[in-house]
Every structure is written in C-alpha cells, then in structure tokens.
Design a protein around this ligand. Structure first.
Ligand SMILES: Cc1ncc(C[n+]2csc(CCOP(=O)(O)OP(=O)(O)O)c2C)c(N)n1
Ligand SMILES: [Mg+2]
Length: 558
C-alpha cells in the first residue's frame, strides 16, 4: 500500500518516508557524492538521526550492533565502490550473525553504467554470496516499494543483509507515490504436535542437552528459554558468542560453546543421548569443528529447530527438523507443565554444571612479560552493573572474558560470530547511542583497536561515553598463538609496534589510563566507569599468556 501521491516528492524523499514508516530512527553513514539527494531528504526528517562515522567498516558494524540490540534492521548508508567495499565486512558479518541489515549504496548515474566510470561497480555479483538480496533500482517510482521489500527480506526467516543500489540521478527524480508501508513479517508458529514430541523426547532421554543460540534475543525470550529448561529439567548450553542469553551462574547452565573450549568439557557434553538445538545453525565454532554434535550424522538423537527450511538440513541430518520461530518454540516449551524429576537427570545436570563452574573459577597465571588480561576481566566482573552492554573485538584476550565473566541474561554481549576484527569500538558506540542509560563497554586488542578505534571520534561527536579496555600485547596474538602451534619458533608477520595508547586516547579527548601492574587494575576500572565521558584503559598485557587457556610455550610443544 502506498500513501497519498505527492507530485513534488523525489524518490529519495519517498525512500526516507518509507524508512520512517518502518520505524527506522537512526542511519549510520559516511557521506558520498553519489547520494546527495538522499542526504538532502534526510535533512528534513528529524525522526531519523544520521550518525556520521569515520570509516564505512565502522558505520556498517554500528548498524549491525544496533540491529542486534533492537531486533530491527540496522541501516547503513555508503557511497559507491570504495565506500561499499569498506562496508563489505559488515554485510558478511550480518550474514554470519543472522542480523537484519540494510546497506544503501549510491551508484553511478544510469546513463554512465557499463563504462567503468569512476567508482563504478556491479553490486549484484560483488555482494551475491553474502547478502540475502541485492537489488539495483533504475525506476524512481520503484524505490520506496523495493526498499520495503528489502527491509522485509532482511527480517524474514533467518535474518540477514540486503543491499540496495541507487543510481544517483534516479534518487532526485520526482515520483508519484509516497512511503511504502511495512509488510507483516511472517512468523513460523510452532506446531503443538512438535512441541509435545520434543517434550516427550526430552522426558524419555537419559542425558538430554539443549543448545540455544543467536535467534533468542530479548529479555522475554531469554526468560522463556531458561524457564523451558527448568520445566523440562534439561541442561542448557549456548552457542558461540551468545553467552549472555542465560545466567551463567544458573544450575541448569551447562556450557558456553565458544572457540576451542576445553576438550574434557566437550567430552562431557558428548555423553548426551539427545541434543535439542533451538535457534542456532550449529556452526563450526559452536560444534568445535563439527565434532559435537558430529556432522553430518551425530552420535546422539538430534532435534533441530530453525525458522528456515533451507538452513535445516544444510549440514546436519537431524532426526527431527522443525520449522518454527525459535523464540516461539521456547515460549511453547516454557508453558508446558513441569517434568517429573529423576535422580539420574539431576545428576547429569549437576555433572555438567560442576564442570562448567570449575572451569570458570577465577584463575590468573602470572606471566613474566606483563599482566594477563585476566585481572581486568575479574575487575569488570564485580564492577560492571548487571545491565552492562559488552562489545568485543576479535582476539585471544576475549578468552578471559568468556572463561571468567559471569554473564547474566540482563547483560548484552555484542560480538560478531563472523570473528571480524574491528567490530568492538563501533559496536560499543552503537550500543551507547541506542541505550544511553546503560554502560557500554568494549574489550579490544592492540590489533583491532587500530582498525576501527577511530570511531572513538564518532563516540565523542555524539556524546557516547564508551569505556574501552584495551589488551596491548604487542602482537596479533591470536595468529601468533596459532603460528607457534603450527610452525614453532618461526615467528613472522604477527608482531606489532603500537602508538602510546594513553596519549592516543587523550588526543581523542577521552580519559586515558595506562595499566602496567596488577594493583592498578581495580582503581583504573573504577575511574573509567565513574568518569562521565569516554574512557580508555590500556593494559600492557602478556603475550606469553595471552590466552586464558594456554601459553605460547605450550603451543610450541603441541
Ligand atoms: C578483519 C580481520 N582481519 C584479520 C583477522 C584475523 N585475525 C583474527 S584474530 C587476529 C589478531 C587480533 O589481534 P589483537 O586485536 O591484538 O588481539 P589479540 O589476539 O592479540 O588478543 C587476526 C589478525 C580477522 N579475524 N579479522
Ligand atoms: Mg594483540
């Protein structure tokens, strides 16, 4: 349905009205001459905040983080090929993370296409693998309608990225229609027979395990998930980088299925005789390289619940593949009457919980070459409020967080499943903009920080007091660790020479604190959190003990 025609409306204005009609209230951009008409249309739309970023990778990551928090499409606006290529990392991340993202790209003029003019690119083949849909619009009268379709596709089934390419001359042409209204997003309601059969399978299993993942979002969905586990008396594990969807201290919390978790934990979980996977693709990291559950045919019964028939059966041959919205499915399970308790089941729950607690118990391994990142995480664990939002970059420093931070379902962990470096700082900026009353924290390495740490300037411009905790180990530590394990003592390409991060933070106008000793950690965290503005705590951290699980020396010996 389109609203009243207005003869003097441009295609760009109709697009802005359409975005508005879909509840879009914020767009992240780096401006370009290829979408001046769209910028001009945003000039007169006070309901949409335009956030100007310093790099399209940052803008794209902010849109992804915003979508992760709201569950609605994040919107990123970039210029032709150079801008689009910088933003490509966010399109890929949105696909791997199943996040609804709309990437709007200005395109060269229609009459010039095909001549390989300045910054020309065909986005359909370029983004064909990563995006759910790539459309280029020639007819200005179609722009609003196609934008509505793009937003629809981004949110439907398993959410993901959509790219819309708009030739610059087309945007400024007058159109007949107005805003295109949102289409209802179809929700695959659970079939009561499926819900009953899952409950029955769990009741009859000796050692069932629930694995939940990234399609469980809101506080309400998280509460339903835990209630479902309680009702069915089934231990609950969570997928890669979704450690925050359940209270990590709960007796039913069995495991965080993160990057290379300890083998004995995997072995304990693999004793399960039934796995019910809800809202997770069971990707390679979650399944420890498709080992548990074993792909394609697991050693135990597998029930897999996803909202997309093409994803069900992509890798795993489940005994029962159920097409349903995961959040609705857990709600239906949570509404079932409580299952009978058995001593055997309670022992299974306790066995997994005991091991999980043992592995999470605080440890530090004093290193000769600096602090580990552990004390910093330990300080955050008791200083951060229960509703803190924690954005993380890629890097081995994150092992300390995943091992020792007691996530609660009220926290928000923003971390790309794609493993992309550079997400951390932009993610925290977007989170702080979206939820200004909550503390927005980022954990980042010296590698990742110099990729997108420039977005601290964006935080300052928009008054977002992000708190940056930086692990400065002088290396692309993750790669060094893998390098030593594969080619011992043949170090190449992984060392870093960094600037003085304290001076750098100060240059951005942030409170910046350097930490070199263990006794400085707690007060530095307290000062950073209490400071009204942005703050950066740079920890000179150990490279030898960069991981919470191993050392470089141990890696060499493997
Ligand atoms: C954009 C991008 N480039 C490269 C990589 C490969 N990579 C993964 S972790 C890592 C090193 C990260 O270094 P740093 O941020 O210093 O964290 P550390 O591992 O030292 O803790 C690299 C290069 C990646 N994941 N993403
Ligand atoms: Mg590093």
């Amino acid at each position: 349905m389109t609203s009243e025609p207005r003869a003097n409306r441009t295609a760009a204005e109709a697009l802005v009205a359409t975005l508005r009609a879909h509840g879009v209230d914020r767009i992240f951009c780096v401006p370009g001459e290829s979408y001046l008409a769209l910028l001009d249309a945003l000039h007169d739309e006070p309901a949409i905040q335009l956030v100007t970023c310093r790099h399209e990778g940052g803008a794209g990551f902010m849109a992804v983080a915003d979508a992760k928090l709201t569950g609605r499409p994040g919107v990123c606006l970039v210029s032709r090929a150079p801008g689009a290529m910088n933003a490509a990392i966010a399109v890929h991340t949105a696909q791997q993370d199943a996040v609804p993202l709309l990437l709007l790209v200005g395109q060269v003029m229609r009459a010039e296409r095909g001549r390989k003019v300045l910054q020309e690119m065909d986005y359909r083949p370029t983004f064909g693998d990563a995006a759910k849909l790539v459309i280029e619009i020639d007819d200005p009268d179609q722009l609003a309608e196609v934008a509505a379709r793009a937003l629809h596709v981004a949110q439907s089934g398993i959410p993901g990225p959509v790219v819309l390419s708009m030739p610059e001359d087309m945007q400024a042409e007058l159109v007949r229609g107005g805003a295109a209204e949102p289409r209802p997003v179809p929700v695959a309601q659970p079939d009561p027979a499926d819900v009953a059969s899952v409950a029955d399978a769990i009741a009859h299993a000796r050692r069932p395990l629930l694995i939940a993942g990234h399609l469980i979002h809101s506080d309400r969905e998280r509460a339903s998930l835990l209630r479902a586990a309680e009702r069915l008396r089934v231990p609950l594990a969570v997928s890669f980088r979704h450690q925050d969807i359940v209270d990590n201290r709960d007796p039913l919390f069995a495991a965080y299925l993160g990057y290379k978790i300890p083998k004995r934990q995997v072995a304990a979980l693999a004793q399960a005789d039934l796995v019910v996977a809800i809202g997770t693709r069971l990707g390679d990291i979650t399944t420890q390289g498709f080992v548990f559950p074993l792909a394609p045919r697991p050693d135990q019964r597998l029930i897999h619940v996803l909202p997309d028939p093409t994803e069900l059966g992509r890798v795993y041959q489940a005994d029962h593949a159920i097409l349903a919205a995961p959040a609705r499915f857990v709600e239906a399970l949570a509404a079932l009457p409580p299952a009978l308790r058995s001593a055997e089941r309670e022992a299974w729950i306790a066995q997994l919980a005991d091991l999980r607690a043992e592995l999470a118990a605080w440890h530090d391994a004093p290193a000769a070459d600096g602090l580990t990142f552990g004390p910093l995480v330990h300080a955050l664990a008791h200083q951060l409020p229960a509703d803190a939002m924690i954005s993380t970059d890629a890097g081995t420093f994150t092992t300390w967080l995943h091992r020792h931070f007691p996530f609660q379902a009220s926290h928000r962990l923003l971390a790309p499943i794609s493993g992309a470096m550079g997400f951390g700082v932009p993610g925290a900026v977007a989170a702080g903009l979206r939820e200004p009353h909550r503390i927005s924290v980022v954990l980042v390495g010296d590698g990742g920080y110099l990729m997108t740490g420039n977005e601290l300037a964006t935080a300052q411009r928009y008054g977002v007091p992000i708190k940056i905790f930086l692990a400065d180990n002088g290396a692309y530590g993750s790669i060094r660790l893998n390098q030593e394990a594969t080619y011992p003592n043949r170090v190449i390409g992984t060392g870093l020479t960094s600037p003085d991060f304290v001076k750098l933070g100060e240059a951005f106008g942030a409170l910046a604190i350097g930490v070199t000793r263990a006794d400085q950690v707690e007060p530095a965290v307290a000062r950073a959190l209490a400071h009204p503005g942005a703050a950066l705590v740079a920890v000179k951290s150990s490279l030898e003990t960069t991981s919470a699980y191993t050392t470089l020396a141990a890696a060499r010996q493997r």
